[in-house]
Design a protein around this ligand. Structure first.
Ligand code: AMP
Length: 114
């Protein structure tokens, strides 16, 4: 798999504004925020994209989504709500080939998304 910016952040070779970390995931602020709170959550065990999830064991997937929910709560977004975005592939506008969930909060989101 191609080495990405997120591989380097997890390895500690690139700095990131970390907001949460445990043995399974790392969460940090997006460098180009699209909302007052914009966090990226990445699994430490590399998954390329959402397509790959169907081939992984459900425990690994469950741990990831559990952590995404936890990070949103750690950021204080439980009451106001938030949006989770998982861009996938070319049409999904995924730019980093390393699975990541965007957590966007502290503003009202638009629907349909752009
Ligand atoms: P995506 O388009 O879904 O692949 O999202 C990739 C995200 O990574 C974008 O929102 C970028 O702003 C963000 N990003 C790229 N480089 C960095 C970095 N060094 N630190 C934090 N976020 C980054």
């Amino acid at each position: 798999m191609v080495e990405t910016i997120f591989d380097k952040i997890i390895a500690g070779d690139l700095p990131a504004d970390k907001v949460y970390e445990d043995e399974n995931v790392l969460a940090f602020r997006d460098i180009n925020p699209q909302a007052p709170i914009h966090i990226l959550v990445v699994p430490k065990k590399k998954v390329k994209d959402f397509i790959e999830i169907q081939h992984n064991d459900t425990t690994q997937t469950g741990i990831f989504f559990n952590a995404v929910s936890k990070v949103a709560s750690v950021m204080g977004l439980e009451e106001s709500g938030y949006r989770i975005v998982l861009n996938c592939g070319k049409n999904g506008q995924q730019t980093v080939e390393y699975l990541h969930a965007h957590i966007l909060g502290e503003r009202k989101m638009n629907w349909p998304p752009g």
